[in-house]
Ligand binder design. Sequence first.
Ligand code: AMP
Ligand code: ZN
Length: 463
Amino acid sequence: MADIFLTNTLSRKKENFVPIKPGFVGIYSCGPTVYRNVHIGNLRTYIAADLLKRTLLYNGLKVSHVKNITDVGHMRTSGADEHYDPIINEALREGKLPLELAQHYTELYHEDEKKLRVISAEENPKATEHIPEMIGMIKILLDKGFAYEVEGTVYFDVKKFQDYGKLSGNTLDKMDKLLEAVRVSVETDKKDSADFALWKKADEDRAMSWDSPWGKGFPGWHIECSAMSTKYLGNHFDIHTGGEDLVFPHHEDEIAQSEAAFGEKFVNFWAHAGYLLVDDKKMARSVGNFYTLEDIEKKGFNPLAFRYLTLTTHYKSRLNFTWDSLEASQKTLNNLYREISGYGSEIKKTTCAKYEEPFIKAINDDLDLPKALVIVQDLISSDCSVECKLTTLLRFDEVLGLGFKEYVRVTIPSQVRKLVDEREKARNEKNFARSDELRAKIAELGFEVVDETDGPNLKKIIK
Ligand code: AMP
Ligand code: ZN
């Protein structure tokens, strides 16, 4: 296996990535809080994790990717120190039950990812379906003396965990100042301002609360990720991803609770994606620069133009989104598609090493996709044969995820045409068994029939 280098937030250095179990990589990604459509900032972070997964797969590794769905809202603060749970609030506003609302936005999120060719995670665990696992972990922390209960609320005792601050650099000596700025005034019963809630007492009438050994309540923000990642990937796993905003406190607290509970290292590599900005500003509904994939599609762009745009900036750097930059990405992508559609459909056994070697080097160097895109352009303008270009580009697309296959122009043999006509006749006669039989025959000859509103369309099956 070629060497893979990844920047690790833990060491703040680029390190040689070696999986814990040879040939196999476990990745956990913090997924969306499902009370609204995900925005293009969230999607940038998810595409970064997808590029990581695809790069590992390209290197022949097996990957098990777990990405949670946060359907228990964690408390947020708005305006004059008002605390609210976004899922419950939004459900009330939309006249839905919280779980109904969460399900609705979970489905939309999966659709967005599909449009962006983000490979589905092997597991998408929901917080609401893992309350017993969270309670189990909190019990361990109480037993080991890392947590304490105050009238139905359980806090993690940060001072008991020596290594606190190793990810973010926010060690206990620096915490007082930091917390002054973000002090959560409702939590006045904590021993120390740095302590954080593992379990929160709920009012009797609160929607989304559960019975626990400490009475009716709901989990704190961080515990779900520790409970679900370790359930699916083991107490010690390879890579944890998220956006840069999650380094502190979310990931710092995940490390503290997991390592305190299980007594071993939690995660080897922490990979954080840089923020997406819009016109150099933070995205916010109130500023009117808050965009979703739907907004992009409404303006007539292909969602993959957004994916392409994210590849042009290194995942760790901030990405400045502008409509002009999206327009430029769409143009470059269309040019690529046009090139590919002129290459015929002959696929060779091997790719062009002169271009694949530097491509692998680029992606394995902390996912240097901007460099990989330059190699794509170099290959296109080279004097390689069209078969060689096509074969190599299709291989590269296993990482790029830009849907190159869809643009391969093919000539359809007359034998296949005949079978398609015959199938149409069978379908008109409602003889679906025959139609399925013919579809299978067509597939054997290397074509897939796609039934569209204006009739059947054919796609070459490219393996
Ligand atoms: P949230 O739904 O707010 O919990 O965020 C889900 C994921 O999106 C997390 O990994 C965040 O770090 C990431 N994220 C949120 N806002 C942005 C942004 N503007 N740019 C990039 N990533 C973001
Ligand atoms: Zn998380």
